[in-house]
Design a protein around this ligand. Sequence first.
Ligand SMILES: Nc1ncnc2c1ncn2[C@@H]1O[C@H](COP(=O)(O)OP(=O)(O)O)[C@@H](O)[C@H]1O
Ligand SMILES: [Mg+2]
Length: 382
Amino acid sequence: MEAKPAVDEQQRSPFKWRKNTLVERRRTRNDRKKRKRHQRRKENSNLQAGAMKDLSERLRKDSEQKERLLFLARKYYLKWRQNKEALRTLQVKAAKKPSSSRFGTRAKMFSLLDTRVDSNVSEITWNHLVSPKDKDGNGTTIQLGHGVFGECRKMYFKGIPVAVKLFNNLSSSWDVSHEAAAMNQCSHPSIPHTFGVNLTQKPYFLVSYFYGIGNSACTLYRALHSHSMSLSKCSAGKIMLQLCKALEHLHSKHLLHRDIKGDNILITMVNNEYHPMLIDFGKAIQLSDAPSKRKSLTALEQDEYRKKHRHIAPEIVLGQPPSFASDIFSFGLVMSDVSGKIKTESCFLEVQRKCLEIDPKLRCSISYLLSQLEIIVSLYQQ
Ligand SMILES: Nc1ncnc2c1ncn2[C@@H]1O[C@H](COP(=O)(O)OP(=O)(O)O)[C@@H](O)[C@H]1O
Ligand SMILES: [Mg+2]
């Protein structure tokens, strides 16, 4: 019913109808365009909002990272400054102390490094050393042994036979100067004489007097296990007595050796008699520098440690600080190695037992050990 007037209208004025339709169409087209425009604008603004959000997120992250970096930089700078100040105070303290002990504190060790080599430990370069010659007069290498830190060679320094301990690349100059300083602090016929060190260029090395038999170094461990060298109980007793004197000297300097074992004792000949030399001061420390607390090991780790380092005292495996008593324990183990290979008297075994007490407080003192070994040697000599 409603469509009718339109038909009528169309019939009445086709021109007007056409005009109306055109207007209508245009309006619809415009509407559509408007809607599209609107939609596009909306999409654009949505996109912009997303991009803005992304950007702000990225900026926030950047500033957070920058803040973190600044915080870390500040933290490390403060730590560095603190360390520097602590080092300076230690150095000032060390400088105030009498200069007889160069191994007293870490600061002293640092000052040893600062001045490159201490006045008593001279700097030796490779050019100062001469290789031994073979039968044809050509330079040859004589290896004396090797350990954890590198290898040891026999060479000549100013015509004197020396042992050159070449440290591997993992060792620092501090390790070398530390060992040299510890040895240099001692003056005993059973502690090696040090000539100097090289700390300027790798491989770093330490030069000490050569203690050997012929062209090779003979450790107590090797002497006890070799068939060509038979130690009598008297010479074994004298070796232990001499070693005990060396240990007493070391302890009188408040130094702990911390690595006494058959591999670190050399046997040499003096006046046709066997003479021991206590070597390898790489682990030696001043008693006051002994670490008070150590990372505690699990039961399994303790077992492994005991197997690997049989000569280390039980209290150290349990995480207690090393002491003179822990060196006495290691000394007792060397005695047990000797008594395991050479038939010794019960008095020797009794002293050995007192060194190997599990409780460090029950272990015998160095003076007791010395007096007992003197008695034993005089008994053996009769
Ligand atoms: N002064 C020396 N004279 C002769 N041989 C030496 C001397 N010092 C070290 N050696 C030899 O070098 C080996 C390793 O020396 P050491 O100081 O025990 O090194 P590491 O710290 O690697 O165990 C010794 O077992 C020994 O054979
Ligand atoms: Mg060694």
